[in-house]
Design a binder for this molecule. Structure first.
Ligand code: HEM
Length: 394
């Protein structure tokens, strides 16, 4: 493709290990180039600012998901048939199959159980005192999500690795995505087996899907894909939000004191954490027809990259975006996406993260950072791999 002279070019690889560890420096450099920058390495138009990201997410007829939202053709082919990779009525039909599981009413029925689990998890962590915050952050999603999906006990030990691999595979074809491909395919094979053997837990979301296939409402071949649709994005993302919250409150004790003094700030604190350290870095869209964005012509079949993590730190949208402040109105953050593909599980993610914060606020005087955290190397997920902390009991 000949280089365009009307679009600034960014030559650095934002998916290199170094860039994954230092993601916000690259986002700032991209935003400084303008509303659209050509990622030379990945042959895609990056949208680093808030306004263009939001505009693209809200125009699903021009910026489609059906050609995939990954950055490599293999994943865009393998992922066909998922909710994430579909458009129009096809998308609504898939999303509608399990929507009733994640409505505010359905979630309300789970609240007491989830809060009880969060309290027990935090009590054990406080007793241990010195902990890895990632382990603490993983405990609640791992005890809630597999049951909700209906995953049999056997095989659960692989879920986190599989889910992380599924995200990695959505990046460009690089070392990360190639290395994790076998794990991604392993999850698909396992899901097919679970559907074939009907080993999903009774009364679960997966069970709903198998029943829908029995009644001819869902093609049987799609059951496994749709189970993965809800499993893959539901673990690492929430683990990211909870672990980032732990680190941010450890390093901003004044914000922790505000939260302890007024726990009604918890829902907004969740928004601010997702704004500040957006768990998903970016997804792409394919351009369905010749169009224009921010005055720049975009040809049909080109690809744009919606960089949620950068939009959420855009100074054109946010006052002092580099400041973590749970009192700001962060409700318009784009970390859960927006529009028709906006996160289907955000109610659950908010409930889990809030339950953990509530349990911590009640039992912990302060959170201390006791070492240097490490970022996980993943093309899509922005989360800690290791987060040494001490929980000082109240
Ligand atoms: C903090 C936690 C989470 C974050 C930050 C997050 C983020 C996102 C984002 C950015 C999208 C939009 C994709 C797009 O624009 O193409 C999305 C979609 C989705 N998320 Fe989440 N997510 C989280 C938790 C969850 C959970 C817990 C579940 C499942 C129970 C879930 C299920 C889904 C599904 C099924 C989609 C696809 C929706 C569609 O294409 O219509 N997510 N999520």
């Amino acid at each position: 493709m000949p280089a365009r002279t009307d679009v600034p070019v960014y030559r650095a690889d934002i998916y290199s290990a170094a860039a994954i560890r230092d993601t916000h420096t690259h986002y700032a450099a991209l935003r400084a180039l303008g509303p659209i920058a050509w990622l030379n390495k990945h042959k895609v138009y990056a949208l680093p600012r808030y306004a263009e990201c939001k505009a693209v997410l809200l125009d699903e007829e021009t910026f489609i998901s059906g050609e995939g939202v990954a950055l490599n053709p293999l994943a865009n082919r393998v992922g066909r048939g998922t909710t994430l990779f579909s458009d129009g009525e096809d998308h609504s039909r898939r999303r509608g199959q399990v929507a009733h599981r994640l409505t505010p009413r359905a979630l309300r029925a789970m609240t007491a159980t989830v809060e009880g689990q969060a309290a027990a998890i935090v009590e054990a962590a406080v007793a241990a005192r010195n902990i890895d915050g990632v382990g603490l952050a993983a405990a609640l999603p791992m005890s809630v999500v597999p049951d909700l999906i209906g995953w049999p006990e056997e095989g659960r030990e692989h879920l986190l690795r599989w889910a992380g691999a599924a995200f990695d595979s959505l990046g460009p074809l690089n070392r990360q995505s190639v290395r994790t491909l076998p794990s991604s395919l392993g999850m698909m094979r396992y899901a097919r087996r679970v559907v074939r053997d009907r080993s999903v837990l009774d009364g679960s979301m997966g069970h709903d899907l198998v029943c829908a296939a029995d009644e001819g409402r869902v093609p049987r071949a799609e059951c496994a894909t749709m189970m993965i649709d809800y499993l893959a994005p539901s673990l690492d993302t929430t683990i990211s939000a909870i672990s980032s919250a732990l680190y941010l409150f450890a390093t901003h004790p004044e914000q922790w004191n505000l939260l302890k003094a007024d726990p009604s700030l918890i829902p907004n604190a969740v928004n601010e954490v997702v704004r500040y350290e957006s768990p998903i870095r970016a997804f792409s869209r394919s351009v369905a027809r010749d169009t224009e964005l921010a005055g720049t012509p975009l040809p049909k079949s080109s690809r744009v990259l919606v960089v949620y993590g950068s939009a959420n730190r855009d100074p054109l949208e946010w006052d002092e975006p580099e400041t973590f402040d749970i009192r700001r109105d962060a409700s318009r953050q784009l970390g859960f996406g927006q529009g028709t593909h906006g996160c289907a599980g955000q109610g659950l993610a908010r409930m889990e993260t809030s339950a953990m914060l509530r349990a911590l606020v009640n039992r912990v005087e302060r959170i201390e950072s006791t070492g240097t955290p490490e970022w996980a190397l993943n093309n899509l997920i922005h989360r800690y791999e290791y987060l040494p902390l001490a929980l000082i009991p109240a």
